[in-house]
Design a protein around this ligand. Structure first.
Ligand SMILES: [Zn+2]
Ligand SMILES: [Zn+2]
Length: 265
């Protein structure tokens, strides 16, 4: 099975799954390589603590990497919550600590989590989505501390009507700017199959955006399930591979020492 490069464990505030359970599930599924990418969202207010104890995390991951080295290759990653006002902090952090792979994600917008109903209060859903894409674009244009941009349209998992009225073309000015910036900077776009888990019937981002990225010249595509529990590891990866091929991709990208490597779909 394709390598899962977006996996959470109990080091993330929103997962109770011991890392060993995720690793053993990946071995069971026949994955040759995975990357664990626990959450680190700095300076946010939320229902749970999304700040990672990075030294403890790295020490545990190094031990696991050695422990399982004969069975699976484990890359050590992190999912950073991007916010422009913490750019210097994130730049320092990514120089201070060694990671194989860094996902940059937009989890909080104007101090609010799109997961919370408050994000949609007093405005139409399309305006909430527009704000999400606008802030995402501004972050990607201003920040450099990541390798792949995570779940680009994940806001549609949580809106009042989710993705039933969602047309990416309504937000084209922001989405095109995001894709062009990623391509110019040599950064990857993530195909996150969590969208299937949320019942969207599509990955995040949806096929229209994946296809547009390819049309614009984008080649670096990473694949992740965003699993917080073992049952969703590698979720719908065969379908994702099929969709990506239909969008014009022949390879997907994995990372080691923050350098991309290409594997066939
Ligand atoms: Zn995320
Ligand atoms: Zn995640």
């Amino acid at each position: 099975m394709l390598c899962d490069f977006h996996i959470h464990t109990s080091f993330s505030g929103d997962s109770d799954t011991p890392p060993e359970k995720q690793i053993e599930q990946a071995i069971c599924l026949g994955m040759e390589r995975i990357c664990i990418t626990d959450h680190h969202d700095y300076d946010v207010t939320s229902f749970c603590n999304f700040e990672l104890d990075i030294p403890a995390y790295l020490a545990a991951m190094k031990t696991l990497k050695e422990q399982y080295q004969d069975k699976i290759q484990i890359e050590i990653g992190i999912e950073l919550g991007l916010q422009r006002h913490i750019n210097d902090y994130l730049e320092t952090l990514t120089k201070q600590f060694h990671f194989d792979y860094i996902i940059g994600s937009s989890h909080f917008i104007d101090g609010l989590d799109p997961y919370e109903p408050a994000f949609y209060e007093n405005r139409p859903e399309t305006e909430a989505y527009r704000r999400f894409f606008q802030i995402s674009m501004e972050r990607i244009q201003a920040m450099d501390c990541f390798d792949s941009y995570g779940h680009l349209d994940y806001v549609v998992r949580y809106g009042p009507t989710k993705n039933s009225m969602y047309r990416p073309s309504d937000y084209e000015e922001y989405i095109d700017a995001i894709l062009k910036t990623l391509i110019q900077r040599g950064k990857a776009l993530e195909c996150n199959t969590g969208g299937f888990r949320y019942g969207l019937g599509h990955p995040n981002p949806c096929e229209d955006i994946l296809r547009r990225y390819r049309q614009l010249g984008g080649e670096l595509i990473t694949i992740g399930s965003d699993a917080h529990t073992p049952d969703y590891l590698g979720y719908e990866f065969n379908l994702a591979a099929k969709l990506l091929k239909e969008c014009g991709f022949r390879f997907y990208t994995v990372y080691h020492n923050r350098q991309p490597e290409f594997l066939p779909l």
